[in-house]
Ligand binder design. Structure first.
Ligand code: FE2
Length: 444
């Protein structure tokens, strides 16, 4: 059992984690704070309140049943008060059919970091939404731009779980389960309903955010790949318990039903002294993903790069897949090695953390994003096609690159903000027209 002292706000220092994915973790910041052998004793140690946080229905099958027991200074009911509506800025929630943009491939340059102070809550820019948050299906694909830390401000999202993909700048996520530090190259998942405060660690931060309205992210099945490779469970890290005992004026924000609500508090709600269970935030270093791919010929489906999946009720049909394109060797013989041309029933939102993406060597830049929507054609651009069609096929390493995709079964709706952004690459829609005709019936 890991014990950590209480941490004061703003304090830096080593952050400790527990290893594993979806384990039944237990951790306490004060010795003896966790009840032994029961969840809800008549009186908890240290005068704590016991509270269950359920991420799945009570009766969900064991494999998808998620809940944790939190032992806290005050129950969440006291992190509450008369709620008034607050400004959610440019954060949108599905269904949000704000604007019709001509269908086709879409791409954006990186959104610029503002000169003015902007917290995480103020800095979410929704690019696309899909599905229906109220029906707990679909996702929002956002970019966050942060130039100030949240101070005495706390937040939880009732509409979905939050998957952070930093692209520039490191973040410290102060959650009620403990502290998570993330930097570009990593991701972090904050389950639905988990309170947090987002701090900057080394200057302004930009990144991507997937708001998953559906079933909680889990590891994909490996099938014939077997027991190892892809994302290995031991590389997922969940924080040890750490709490704030601070009685200062604070504000609680809750995103619920696509609106933001706020209440005044006189204390910090990050007051969980101990917890146990399998519903908790975690982080993962994407560079620990062990890719598996074609080692003789052909280009495999990108599903082999799935890090996490939010399943739907239909087997094999994800609500959201989080897919990563990391460093890897390309070795296939007599093969067009970049992704093939295709149309897909799933829709694809992509981002680039660093480096270059092999199917789009120009124009898709770190911090930018692209959208290839349901049943719309896409594939390598003309430069990528011509180069890959004539390249010497010796083993080649794709180095210093990290791209990712949020792929959902739902059509993605572009927001009015994304459509009107001056970072919208209007000429990208025609990139396919620059592909040249090569057909010659006299040359088999
Ligand atoms: Fe695709």
């Amino acid at each position: 059992m890991t014990v950590t002292p209480a941490l004061a706000a703003g304090q830096s220092g080593p952050v400790a984690y527990l290893s594993g994915f979806g384990n039944g973790f237990e951790t306490e910041a004060l010795p003896g704070a966790l009840p032994i052998g029961r969840n809800s004793p008549q009186r908890c140690a240290y005068g704590l309140y016991a509270e269950q946080l359920s991420g799945s229905p009570f009766t969900a099958p064991r494999a998808s049943n998620e809940r944790s027991w939190l032992y806290r200074i005050r129950p969440t009911l006291q992190h509450w008060g008369p709620c008034r509506q607050a400004d959610l800025g440019l954060w949108r929630t599905a269904p949000a059919h704000e604007v019709d943009v001509p269908i086709g491939p879409m791409r954006w340059d990186p959104l610029p970091l503002p000169e003015t102070p902007q917290s995480f809550l103020e800095g979410v820019r929704t690019m696309t939404t899909a599905g229906d948050a109220g029906a707990q299906a679909g996702m929002g694909a956002h970019v966050y731009l942060i130039t100030r830390s949240m101070v005495d401000e706390y937040f939880y999202d009732a509409d979905g779980e939050l998957l952070f993909v930093p692209q520039e700048g490191a973040l410290r996520l102060w959650t009620e389960f403990g502290i998570i530090d993330i930097a570009p190259g990593e991701l972090a998942v904050i389950p639905r309903g988990v309170k947090l405060r987002v701090e900057l660690r080394d200057g302004p931060a930009r990144g991507y955010l997937c708001e998953n309205y559906g079933g909680a992210f889990t590891l994909p099945e490996r099938g014939p790949i077997g027991a190892n490779c892809l994302a290995n469970p031991r590389d997922f890290l969940t924080p040890v318990a750490a709490y704030e005992d601070r009685d200062v004026p604070s504000r609680m924000f809750v995103k619920w039903g696509g609106a933001l609500w706020t209440a005044d508090l006189d204390h910090s709600p990050l007051d969980v002294v101990a917890w146990h269970g399998n519903y908790a935030p975690y982080k993962y270093d994407l560079r620990r993903f062990s890719p598996v791919g074609p080692i003789l010929f052909d280009h495999a489906d990108p599903s082999i790069f799935t890090v996490l999946t939010s399943p739907s009720e239909t087997p094999g049909t994800a609500n959201v897949d989080v897919v990563v394109f990391p460093e890897r060797w390309a070795v296939a013989e007599n093969t067009f090695r970049p992704p093939w041309y295709h149309m897909n029933v799933m829709s694809e939102f992509m981002g680039l953390v660093y480096g270059r993406y092999d199917a789009k060597p120009q124009g898709f830049v770190p911090g930018g994003c692209s959208l290839h929507n349901t049943m719309l054609p896409h594939g390598p651009d003309v430069d990528a096609f011509e180069a890959a069609s004539t390249a010497d096929l010796h083993p080649h390493k794709l180095e210093a690159t990290l791209a990712f995709m949020f792929e959902t079964r739902f059509m993605q709706r572009v927001t009015a903000f994304a459509a009107a952004s001056d970072r919208f690459q209007h000429d990208y829609a025609a990139y396919g027209s620059r592909l040249r005709r090569h057909f010659d019936p006299s040359r088999p």
